[in-house]
Each structure stands twice: as structure tokens, then as C-alpha cells.
Ligand binder design. Structure first.
Ligand code: HEC
Ligand code: HEC
Length: 270
């Protein structure tokens, strides 16, 4: 073989190598959640049984039931996820996806997958990751820190309402948190589908959890693929807790479940 041939061969291998890698990545994709290791191969079978009807065989959210759903099932090929512990723009941790599958997404078609074992869920996470090259090319950023909660006091709630004003949450969520702010009706998600801001007064669980820490994390990380921004660079940890305490007062029906504001008799009843 001449040197030119060898050189051509080397160049060709160098060009093909990444695609070979990502191809084998599809089958080799794993997930790690605590001591659990999920395997995409096993996840594929489970996916075909439980998820394909909504998320589609190509993971593009075009399953046969998608037409009847609003919001639409997630298109996994975009690699964008709402429920993350990582900052906006980062891929989620495996454990974030694992938690989502177990928790389901309240107020949407995404069920709570209680019958699946933790191993099943870990395998599914590994398989879901094969639909986007982001999980081969990128590493998740460090999760957003959640500071220790400050005391719930009338002053904290008052400060929280000022943060709500100064950060202009009302533009989308409305003055009273009813999801009816001036921008609300014109919002679209990353697939150009109309999307509505959360209505705090209905008091349902959030899409990405229900505890005070979940609430803190949601507005600090933002919901990628939606107009809901990340506020981690705009508030101090103490202000973030003030905001949590204030947001709880908007959740009129949250009363019985509340361990913070209502617990201390601080919810403003309307
Ligand atoms: C009946 C329809 C339906 C089925 C079945 C279903 N999903 Fe979903 N899923 C949805 C919808 C709708 C959304 C988007 C909700 C939203 O954007 O608020 C979603 C979103 C998701 C997300 C994205 C979460 C995020 O943080 O953005 C993941 C991951 C997911 N589903 C995994 C699964 C897995 C795994 C299965 C099978 C075990 C499954 N889904 C089965 C409807 C479904
Ligand atoms: C540009 C519009 C916009 C602004 C400004 C905005 N949000 Fe949102 N927010 C949204 C939309 C849209 C959703 C619904 C996303 C979805 O359903 O996937 C949402 C959802 C939420 C949720 C619920 C998420 C869940 O998991 O169900 C919380 C909590 C929230 N926003 C808090 C805030 C706070 C606090 C502020 C101000 C610091 C704020 N938002 C500012 C548009 C906005």
C-alpha cells in the first residue's frame, strides 16, 4: 500500500469514527442511578410496551395517541427536558429522568409508572437517552444548589411578593398567580405549540415535584423547551426561599398539604 492510500484510509477512519461511535452508543447507552445500572437493550423492550403509543418508535413524540394529547408527548430527539436538577441548557442527570418516570407529569397525559420496578425505570432511562446525540456528546452540568430553607415568617412572605414583582413573574403567571398575565396567551414551546403558564391557584402538584425544595428547584433551573426561564442568576438563595413562601400563599387549595406557610397559619385565604 502506498502512503497516499494509507493516508486516505486514516482520514476516512477519522471521519467515520464519530458516527461509528454514536451508532454503537445507541446500544451501549447505560444509566446510573445510585447502585442501579440501566441497560438500553432491556429498556427498548419496555419502551415498546409502555411508551411507544405516545412517544413514538423513533422517540419523536409522534406515537399514535399523540394527536389526542395536549401538551404533546416529549420529542426525545431534541434532548430538551423540563424536570432537571441541572442548570438551564444542560442535559438532565439520569436520576432526574428516573424520578420523572416514577412521578409522572401531573395535569398531562404522562402517567405515573408505579407498576414498573426501579430496575425497569433505570433501563427505560438508558433507552430514552439513545434518542438524542446530546447524551453521547455532552456531560450534565453540576446540579443547582438548594440552600437550607429559611424560616417561614410574614416578613419572608412579604419579601417574596416583592421578588415576584421585581422579577416580573406576573407577566406570565398573573398578579394573583392565576396563569393569566399579559403574555400568557401568546406563549409557545420549543415545538411551536401553544403553552400556558402554571396557575398557582388550582393547587395541583407541579410537573416536576411537589415539595418546597422541588418548587425552589423549578424556578431556579427553569423548564427547558418552554418559555419558563431560569432565575438562578437573578436571586439570592434567601430571596428564592422568600419566593417559595410567597408562592405557597397563592395556592389556595394547597392548605391541607402545606407544611410551610399554611402550617403556620400564614396563607392568605381568599
Ligand atoms: C399516554 C401518553 C404517554 C405515555 C404512555 C408515556 N408518556 Fe411520557 N410524556 C407524555 C407527555 C404528554 C409528556 C409531556 C408533558 C409535558 O410536556 O408537560 C411526556 C413527557 C415525558 C418525559 C419528559 C420529562 C421532562 O422532564 O421533560 C419523559 C422522560 C417521559 N415522558 C418518559 C416516558 C416513558 C419512559 C414512558 C414509558 C414508560 C412514557 N413516557 C410513557 C405522555 C406519555
Ligand atoms: C415568559 C413567561 C414566564 C415567566 C416570566 C415566568 N414563568 Fe413560570 N412558567 C411559565 C410557563 C409557560 C410555565 C408552564 C410550563 C409547562 O407547563 O411546561 C411555567 C411554569 C412555572 C411553574 C410550575 C412548573 C411545574 O413544574 O408545573 C412554576 C413554579 C413557575 N413557573 C414559577 C415562576 C416564577 C416564580 C417566576 C418568576 C420568578 C416565573 N415562573 C416566571 C412561564 C413563565
Amino acid at each position: 500500500m502506498t502512503w497516499t492510500r494509507i493516508r486516505i484510509l486514516l482520514v476516512a477512519t477519522a471521519i467515520l469514527w464519530p458516527s461509528l461511535l454514536s451508532c454503537s452508543g445507541v446500544f451501549a447507552q447505560q444509566s446510573k442511578i445510585g447502585n442501579l445500572t440501566g441497560q438500553a437493550k432491556r429498556g427498548k423492550e419496555l419502551y415498546g410496551r409502555y411508551c411507544v403509543g405516545c412517544h413514538g418508535s423513533r422517540g419523536d413524540g409522534e406515537g399514535e395517541n399523540a394527536a389526542y394529547l395536549n401538551p404533546k408527548p416529549r420529542d426525545f430527539t431534541m434532548g430538551l427536558f423540563k424536570c432537571r436538577s441541572t442548570p438551564s441548557g444542560s442535559i438532565p442527570l439520569d436520576s432526574d429522568l428516573f424520578d420523572t418516570v416514577g412521578r409522572g407529569i401531573d395535569t398531562t397525559g404522562m402517567p405515573r409508572w408505579l407498576p414498573l420496578t426501579p430496575q425497569n425505570r433505570a433501563d427505560l432511562v438508558a433507552y430514552v437517552k439513545t434518542f438524542s446525540g446530546r447524551f453521547v456528546e455532552e456531560k450534565p452540568d453540576k446540579p443547582v444548589d438548594i440552600a437550607t430553607e429559611t424560616p417561614v415568617t410574614p416578613e419572608s412572605i412579604q419579601r417574596g411578593s416583592e421578588v415576584y414583582q421585581s422579577l416580573k413573574c406576573f407577566e406570565c403567571h398573573g398578579e394573583k398567580g392565576r396563569g393569566d398575565g399579559p403574555s400568557a396567551s401568546s406563549l409557545r414551546d420549543s415545538k411551536e405549540n401553544p403553552i400556558v403558564p402554571y396557575d398557582f391557584t388550582i393547587g395541583t402538584r407541579f410537573k416536576c415535584g411537589e415539595s418546597d425544595r422541588d418548587l425552589y428547584r423549578i424556578f431556579m433551573t427553569g423548564l427547558d423547551g418552554t418559555p419558563m426561564p431560569s432565575y438562578v442568576n437573578w436571586v439570592t438563595p434567601a430571596q428564592a426561599w422568600d419566593l417559595v413562601h410567597y408562592l405557597r400563599t397563592l395556592q389556595a387549595d394547597y392548605g391541607e398539604k402545606s407544611k410551610t406557610a399554611d402550617h403556620k397559619g400564614l396563607i392568605a385565604r381568599r
